[in-house]
Design a protein around this ligand. Structure first.
Ligand code: ZN
Length: 452
């Protein structure tokens, strides 16, 4: 058992001063506000809850920044995807673990304490399954274990190259499974995370491009009540191809034909009509927004204002991991809306409400729902995922409470996060994860070889 004391802390009920948190076996067991620090308390000035990155493809961190020179034709998501496929084909299980380890170190240093790993790099480079079908998932789980990040592993079912069951491309061979093979992969993945504290497993039908309706129906029971994530409507070309195949847009098709509810998370949902937005909001499904990746790939801008006005829920994901940070994702989300609507504080929720606070509250709740964490935040019963901010940072001068969140998200770059506890373990101190140097060295050696 350990006890922490915070000068102020953001609780589910709002900000409170003089907060003591008791942590037992990685879980917050008691939170008391308005209590003076006791002997034995570890003291910090300001605490907020850790946030989930609900959507990550860890291996892509290794190619971050490698697709930023223009090609012969206009560069799009689809040309970026070719670079990604080439990079993926070279990665060994050791490389994957090295890249995921550094990524999770960076996530924790930037305030993400749980990751939803939408994992599709399953097989050996020739497309044959490894002896352990969950070899790559096991490497992801090991990276989570040694860094301390909470893991929701979402093995992805990927079978086709386009809508209507088209054959997969050669570049997709490491991702592709038959249904019975996928069932074995799920079983092996559950084994791989069995000993990992706080880990859980869901499934991720990759997209309507990669999965037929019959396959979707066949794999859903494999989730066994866990979360279900799917990419949807990230690109306008995807919407056009979906209409050509089915007469429906991707989100529209899912809402009509799949049991989309609170267990589901639709990743991106960028190109959605007003009707889709209203129905999606009513379904209780989380929209998994990945604002930095969506900007990086030129996807488009999600109708966030309309979705929130309709009562929709969202969380944020780092997706391609081209840049990793809670504040960065939330800032990009709000700034996309400002550019689109030519207004300020679009997502604040109402007069006088801090935009940073509104964004953080939504991302905390949406991330927890999407990764099946029934209790989140600084309260009894939640995993002890806690972030403290350095109140001496110049962007916080004279600020309290919500104004500190706005200073962090909109007015600071580095040096804001002081300590991070993940599952009760203090893994980041003075802004540095305890494995930072080792993780960098291993990552650098692996990626130098991969890009050579
Ligand atoms: Zn993705």
């Amino acid at each position: 058992m350990s006890t922490l004391h915070f000068g102020s802390a953001l609780l589910p009920t709002g900000w409170a001063d003089d907060v003591q948190a008791v942590v037992t076996d990685g879980i917050i067991t008691k939170v008391t506000a308005g209590t003076a620090p006791q002997a034995g308390d570890e003291r910090h000035q300001l605490a907020i809850p850790g946030i989930a990155s609900l959507h990550s493809h860890a291996f892509q961190r290794g190619m971050a920044g490698l697709a930023e020179a223009r090609g012969e034709t206009a560069d799009t998501f689809w040309t970026w995807r070719e670079t990604m496929y080439r990079f993926a084909l070279g990665m060994t299980p050791e490389d994957t673990e090295a890249v995921a380890t550094l990524l999770y170190v960076e996530m924790l240093e930037q305030g993400f304490t749980r990751v939803g790993e939408f994992h599709y790099l399953h097989h050996a480079p020739d497309g044959a399954p490894y002896a352990n079908p969950a070899e790559m998932a096991t490497r992801i789980a090991h990276a989570a274990e040694i860094t301390g990040i909470g893991l929701t592993l979402l093995p992805s079912f990927y079978a086709h190259g386009s809508f209507g069951g088209a054959a997969p491309h050669a570049g997709q061979r490491r991702f592709v499974c038959a249904i019975d093979q996928f069932a074995k992969l799920i079983t092996a993945t559950r084994l791989a995370v069995r000993e990992l504290p706080g880990a859980n497993v869901g499934i991720a039908p990759h997209s309507l491009r990669a999965v037929t309706p019959d396959e979707l129906a066949a794999i859903l029971p494999l989730a066994e009540g866990g979360p279900i994530h799917i990419h949807a409507a990230e690109q306008t070309r995807e919407v056009e191809e979906c209409i050509a195949w089915s007469g429906r847009r991707p989100v529209e098709w899912l809402l009509e034909h799949a049991p989309v509810d609170r267990r589901w998370c639709l990743i991106h949902a960028t190109h959605t009509s007003a009707t889709e937005i209203a129905t999606l909001a009513r379904s209780g499904t989380v929209a998994g927004l990945c604002p930095i990746t969506e900007a990086s790939l030129g996807d488009g801008i999600f109708p966030a204002r309309e979705f929130l006005d309709a009562g929709g829920r969202f969380g944020v994901g780092t997706d391609s991991n081209v840049l990793v940070g809670v504040a960065d994702e939330l800032r990009q989300l709000e700034y996309g809306q400002r550019l689109k609507h030519r207004e300020r504080n679009v997502l604040s929720g109402g007069p006088g409400i801090s935009t940073g606070r509104a964004l953080l509250d939504s991302a905390l709740a949406g991330g927890a729902q999407a990764l099946a964490q029934p209790i989140a935040g600084l309260q009894a019963g939640a995993r002890a995922d806690i972030v403290t901010l350095d109140t001496a940072h110049p962007s916080f001068a004279g600020r309290r409470r919500d104004a500190v969140l706005d200073g962090w998200i909109f007015a600071a770059n580095a040096g804001v996060i002081d300590c991070v506890w993940a599952g009760g373990n203090k893994v980041v101190e003075g802004g540095r994860h305890r494995l930072r140097q080792k993780a960098r060295d291993t990552f650098n050696a692996a990626v130098r070889r991969l890009v050579a």
